[in-house]
Design a protein around this ligand. Structure first.
Ligand code: ATP
Ligand code: MG
Length: 380
């Protein structure tokens, strides 16, 4: 997990474009020029007044006024210089420091402390910004640790599902085959009830084999043959239809399609995806022969695919349940299957960074599934 650097700051507009330092410089220069001009004018007037006066006491008064004015001007000059110093070192420099620190944090150095000592207002502002930084960073670290933990436990679970289902196959095969051998060899000595029990046992073992194989397929998504590359979605659909050709022919099904684009995908997984969806459309058909359409439209960086049929439909209240592993809406003797197909499809689509859902608008008029896959990035 990473925090992306912040986007560049928004440009100020109007008079705000001029930095405060420039404002101070401009106003300071104006004040300095006014001050110098005022000083020169007053000195000239005083000089003229001395030249005009004939009386010594007036001269003395003017000399005192002269000294007082010089003192006042000197004091004003000192205050002005003091103000420049204060603004320069007590305001502008700390702002520069803070800006530099904030820029470093925004650039990715999240452990950098934000701190300036003065003036008091900026010190308070910097301490608030710093506590905000610390809270954001610690929340981010917690989220990042949790994501890592989740990834680890997910991959452990997948590993577990794989190992468990793989290792369960062998003993199960033994149970099924020895029970069948029992029937073959001792069949004549058994009564009907015993034969029926054996039949149940074999049937149960076979069903468990199917479930285990489905679990294995499920746990393999993204682990085995998981690479993705630009590929033609139409070719994946062709392969899926080829695999289903007998079932499609039996049901008198017609599959139509839009022109399918290139996607960034895994060929064997996308074939599995199309195969499961079209197989469902055929299996859950109504009295009519199945009419299935594979559509596509562009959605930003993704392609939105759809698979619509004219079958028995799915009630919207089961829109989430049907995607859960081994969850089915019908008895096995009415529609065969283990209930892994849609869970597998969802896992495949999510592995591709997309989303698969039941389209709510199709309620009662067949079924439409929609899913997003990333566009190949090399055009159609
Ligand atoms: N096209 C569809 N029309 C009507 N119902 C559907 C359709 N697709 C799925 N369903 C419903 O969703 C449930 C789950 O589908 P899913 O493909 O996961 O399992 P399945 O087809 O029953 O078994 P499997 O795919 O393992 O052979 C189905 O049992 C069915 O009730
Ligand atoms: Mg299915």
């Amino acid at each position: 997990m990473s925090i992306h650097p912040l986007p560049p700051p928004k440009e100020p507009t109007g008079l705000g474009r001029l930095p405060v330092a420039r404002w101070f410089l401009a106003i300071g220069t104006l004040a300095g020029v006014t001050f110098a001009a005022g000083f020169a004018v007053i000195m000239t007037i005083l000089g003229d007044a001395v030249a005009l006066s004939q009386r010594t006491d007036v001269d003395a008064q003017i000399a005192r006024l002269n000294t007082a004015l010089l003192l006042v001007f000197g004091l004003l000059l000192a205050c002005g210089l003091g103000l420049v110093f204060v603004v320069r070192f007590a305001v502008l420099k700390p702002i520069d420091q803070l800006t530099e620190q904030v820029r470093a944090v925004a650039g990715g150095d999240f452990d950098r402390d934000l701190h300036v000592d003065r003036p008091a207002e900026l010190a308070e502002l910097s301490s608030h910004i710093d506590s905000m930084r610390r809270r954001v960073v610690s929340a981010w670290r917690v989220a990042s640790d949790q994501a890592e933990e989740l990834r680890r436990s997910n991959s452990e679970l997948e590993q577990f599902a794989y190992v468990a289902s793989h290792d369960l196959q062998e003993p199960l095969r033994k149970v099924a085959s020895f029970t069948q051998m029992l029937e073959q060899r001792y069949g004549e000595q058994l009564d009907d009830r015993a034969r029926q029990y054996i039949h149940y046992a074999v049937d149960g073992a076979k069903r468990m084999q199917l479930l285990i194989n489905d679990l294995l397929d499920f746990s393999r998504v993204g682990r085995v043959n998981g690479g993705r590359s630009p590929m033609d979605a139409g070719a994946a659909l062709d392969r899926a239809l080829d695999n289903l050709s007998a079932a499609l022919e039996d049901a008198d099904a017609v599959v139509t399609r839009d022109e399918l684009p290139r996607v960034d995908g895994n060929a064997s997984q996308l074939t599995q995806l199309f195969q499961n969806l079209v197989e469902n459309a055929v299996k859950f058909r109504s009295a009519e022969p199945p009419r299935i359409h594979i559509g596509v439209r562009r959605d930003g960086d993704m392609w939105e695919f759809s698979c619509s049929d004219n079958g028995i439909g799915v009630n919207q209240k089961y829109a989430d349940r049907i995607f859960l592993i081994f969850q089915r809406l019908h008895a096995r003797d009415v529609y065969p299957g283990t209930g892994i197909g849609l869970a597998l499809c969802r896992k495949i689509v999510e592995y591709h960074g997309g989303r698969l859902w039941l389209d709510g608008d199709a309620d009662g008029h067949g079924t439409t599934f929609r899913w997003l896959l990333p566009a190949a990035g090399d055009g159609r």
